[in-house]
Ligand binder design. Sequence first.
Ligand code: SAM
Length: 335
Amino acid sequence: LPPRDSDSAIRLTDSDAALARLSAVQKNYLEDPFIKHLVPRWHLQPARPPLINIGTFVRATAIDDLVFQWLQTSASHATRCQIVSLGAGSDTRFWRIATGAHKETLASYIELDFSEITTKKAMAIRKSEVLSAVLGNPSDVTLLHGGAGLDSPVYHLLPTDLRLPPADTLGKLLASEGSAILSPALPTLLLFECVLVYMTPTASSAILQWFLDYFSSAGSPALGSIVYEMFRLQDSFGRVMVENLKTRNVSLPGAEPYPDIDSLPGRFLNIGFKAARALTLKDIRKSYIPPEELERISQLELVDEIEELDLVLDHYAITWGIGAPQAATAAAWGQ
Ligand code: SAM
């Protein structure tokens, strides 16, 4: 059935992301023992084409690397850190970190999405022993917001609409005096994986600004942010991408200010972040993925459309920036 409204069309993009990840895992591009527990009838889902699997691999590897470096930097300064994933959908990053080398470094991991998505995720977590076991003692895990939220010692899942004024949403959910689940005193990383493109530039700047203000008191810790997004949608291939999504009732207002790679860091720099950098997936694949990994994945599937691969990867980028003061700590991040 076609989606009834544009918000439900936006929510459906979560299934796309989860199925892409599942496919890349099943074809051995990525390792992730958790994703299948978040995809209904996972064993019946068809694999995605090689081009999508490669794109998923490049994106996931690059973002994992930036997140790992962030955790590593915190660990080397003997502080714990927080991660907030906005529009987290069915992402499994919390479970991968919480069972990995840096689990002790994570003070809290917060996921936000529409309540329809968080309700589904909370239910999937409750149903899966594998996912629940990572959250800690069952008596420390509670459902909130009528089942649309879930709270545990480190992991917090919360429903919201990110387009609403942040003071009313993020302010109330994360920073309520006396019961804030986001400490303004710890280094914090914001993740926006394929989400800001669905909202206006004004709405996404308001979110970034809210976090910047929250962490900008005297002595505030490092604030980092990673955005993964489609961009360059004004060129001929970009217009095809836009038209394809329009047939599914999805529009991309968030891509308008970003016609080229040089425009992307402006998302951070224009509102007062100290430093920012952007790379296309095409450049990341060519210059940053280790050659032995490229060699390994080249054996996995036959790819005929190598030129099309470059064209597609050239329309996706990762942008990362550093907000609040401790630039010294963060200066080397992702260099
Ligand atoms: N970040 C996840 C990933 O990379 O696998 C999911 C990406 S999915 C393409 C986009 C997600 O953003 C969906 O789960 C969608 O519901 C969420 N989203 C989009 N607009 C939103 C909004 N205004 N408020 C809350 N969530 C939103």
